[in-house]
Design a protein. Structure first.
Length: 348
């Protein structure tokens, strides 16, 4: 049976899309998530495309608008995501046809930039479309407690339990020695929704990068604090009433994640924010903390200074119409040029 590709009507097809995502992609992709992610995006209308066989959805993919700064201009970019294919149609044909339709829509809609964090399967789709990785995303990780690592290496619960307190004390001592205190810098947990101070910071800092999603208050509130299936918290740094930076973080079981970090290009401020989140995770008894950053990220060295080590990496894809490609490079690392991308820039 021939596969047909068409753009979805989110009102009419919404429940079917959510069901397909739940079955083919992630069981957490339920109706509340669909309503939050697809219908309440403050940056514009989400669009989705379907691959149909006898009117049955066999694949779906979507584009999520993001207001961003690109080459000193504010634009609306698309982050591609929620791409999934049924188990019965895992050949490249339907996936390539569907992804080609999304990219053609960006061309006709004159969208300056599309970007994606593809899975292994999607990397094969991009390869078929002759679109190569723009850069790599790397997960930086730090061990907070030795318990799990010692159990894995020693294979003896009793010995690991006896040695863990010593290792944990050494890790905490090392972190304490790295800390510096500046009494003029106020670092605290955000207890309310993001306000105008986040808008001011986004405008002040975002334009300094070649590409950076505009981290406005309405975007941050929607993306993180209104998130229906994952809890996020904010740690902020301010001096004399001016917001200088923030970290968005979450935790899952014994593992913590720094989802996003943003602020003035001040190594002390960013380092203090990172160290405060790390120590909060340590007090909560978490075992590891990680952060995902583009490999050319300007603050990777700050994470490295605070004991984060690179682990696995994954491709980062950028697609642009021909007229927008001149500021792009194949490796994203021309001198003086920087893309500010973190794991929080994904679709959800």
């Amino acid at each position: 049976m021939e596969i047909q590709i068409r753009e979805a009507d989110l009102k009419r097809d919404g429940v079917r899309i959510a069901n397909a995502l739940s079955e083919y992609l992630n069981p957490l992709a339920d109706i509340p998530r669909f309503e939050w992610l697809y219908r309440r995006n403050p940056n514009g209308n989400v669009r989705a495309w379907l691959a149909l066989e006898n009117e049955e959805i066999v694949a779906t993919g979507a584009v999520f608008p993001r207001r961003a700064y690109f080459s000193k201009t504010e634009i609306v970019a698309w982050v591609l995501g929620d791409f999934c294919v049924s188990d019965r149609h895992r050949t490249l044909g339907p996936a390539v046809a569907l992804q080609r339709a999304l990219l053609q829509a960006s061309e006709s809609g004159k969208v300056p930039i599309c970007y994606d964090f593809p899975s292994v399967a999607m990397t094969a789709v991009y390869k078929r479309l002759k679109i190569h990785p723009f850069h790599q995303m790397v997960r930086m990780a730090k061990v907070l407690r030795m318990d799990r690592r010692l159990r894995e290496r020693l294979g003896n619960e009793w010995v690991a339990g006896a040695l863990s307190p010593v290792g944990n004390t050494l890790l905490a001592l090392t972190a304490a020695l790295q800390s510096r205190v500046d009494k003029t810098l106020k670092v605290s947990l955000q207890q309310s929704k993001c306000g105008a101070e986040f808008d001011a910071l986004a405008e002040r800092v975002g334009m300094s990068f070649d590409f950076c999603v505009r981290r406005s208050a309405d975007y941050l509130n929607w993306r993180y604090l209104d998130n229906t299936y994952k809890k996020h918290e904010f740690m902020t740094a301010e001096r004399a009433g001016t917001l200088l930076g923030f970290v968005v973080f979450s935790q899952s079981g014994p593992d913590g994640e720094i989802v996003d970090v943003f602020g003035e290009d001040d190594e002390f401020v960013i380092g203090r924010l990172i160290s405060e989140v790390v120590e909060l995770f340590r007090r909560r008894g978490l075992i590891t903390v990680s952060a995902e950053l583009i490999t050319s990220h300007p603050w990777r060295k700050v994470f490295r200074k605070f004991g984060f080590y690179p682990r696995e990496s994954k491709p980062f894809i950028v697609y642009a119409p021909a007229e927008a490609r001149s500021p792009l490079t194949t490796n994203g690392a021309l001198p003086g040029r920087s893309w500010f991308i973190t794991g929080g820039d994904r679709d959800s």
